[in-house]
Design a protein around this ligand. Structure first.
Ligand code: AMP
Ligand code: ZN
Ligand code: FE
Ligand code: FE
Length: 285
């Protein structure tokens, strides 16, 4: 049966969420969700714990990942039902974590140059896991009283083009999608609103290109999509015969306004979309 609500875009302490995989799963169960996908940045380290917690909490857990790839604006590829032990995926993700390790100390150095007393050790401690990102830097800055909140940290220092920003090396869209599909996963274009692409025609051309690389779905339902954008991306998915997914990008206290399953309040993603993903995976094996 297709009843029940889901959240297919959730971060844990394995990347830059503030709840452990187990905490996230039990939190989702308390919120009455039927299923969640754990989609940490550049790692599947939280997946096993989440799957195990899911069986105890009585909620379905989908193994996932989120990979940022090189494209104007932001292009993130979600991978669902990836095999977390796939060697090629493991190698690809550790390369991405190495890119982060090159970038993070440089951002911290820039902040020190701006007069802030902050060290990479403090940032690593704030991160806990082995994926360190800008939200962890923001957390230390907030804790030390250098900024009021995360938005201010990104607005003034950490956002693209701001004084402490350092660009991170990335995979190409093709490489990101292929990493997911090589691990048996379904590749989905996350939050398309953040792509810098002008007009329906260019967006359609881009989707066709990505489908050529193996893209199978679009994240139509997303916390910051307006009703008009949701309609637009739904039609785009339909027109291209793509799967439809949805999720909140829950990060715990690192994105305080976002609740699991609900986003900023109005999100409600039906289990039927997960059923279609499962059918696609099932037809492959
Ligand atoms: P990184 O992966 O290190 O480049 O950091 C990107 C992360 O920062 C993503 O999870 C974004 O969602 C998050 N992020 C970007 N802007 C903000 C903001 N204004 N407040 C909180 N988190 C943000
Ligand atoms: Zn994040
Ligand atoms: Fe994202
Ligand atoms: Fe995300």
């Amino acid at each position: 049966m297709g009843t029940g609500l889901i959240d297919l875009h959730v971060h844990t302490t394995a990347s830059d969420g503030t709840m452990t995989p187990e905490e996230v799963v039990f939190h989702a169960a308390r919120q009455g969700l039927r299923a969640i996908a754990v989609t940490d940045h550049d790692t599947v380290d939280g997946v096993e714990e989440a799957l195990e917690a899911g069986s105890r909490a009585g909620i379905e857990v989908v193994p996932g990942v989120e990979i940022g790839v090189d494209y104007p604006g932001e292009m993130h590829i979600l991978g669902y039902f990836v095999d977390p032990h796939n060697p090629r995926l493991q190698r690809g993700l550790s390369l991405l974590r190495r890119y982060r390790e090159e970038r993070n100390p440089r951002m911290v150095e820039k902040l020190r140059g701006l007069g802030f007393d902050i060290s990479i050790g403090e940032v690593a401690e704030a991160a806990g896991g082995n994926v360190i990102g800008r939200p962890h830097i923001a957390a230390v800055m907030k804790q030390k009283g250098y900024v009021r909140d995360f938005d201010e940290a990104f607005e003034l220092y950490l956002g693209a083009g701001k004084p402490a920003y350092v660009k991170k090396d990335k995979l190409t869209p093709r490489e990101g999608i292929e990493l997911v599909t090589a691990a048996g996963g379904i590749a989905v274009l996350a939050h398309p609103k953040y792509l810098e692409v002008s007009g329906d025609k260019s967006l359609q051309a881009l989707i066709e290109e990505l489908v050529g690389y193996g893209l199978e779905g679009i994240e139509v339902f997303y916390t910051t999509h307006t009703p008009e954008e949701t309609d637009r991306y739904f039609n785009l998915a339909e027109r291209n015969g793509l799967l439809v997914t949805g999720g909140t990008d829950f990060h715990g206290n690192n994105k305080e306004a976002i609740e699991i399953g609900k986003g900023a309040g109005g999100l409600a993603v039906s289990y039927e979309f997960l059923e279609k993903l499962k059918r696609r995976v099932g037809n492959r094996t």
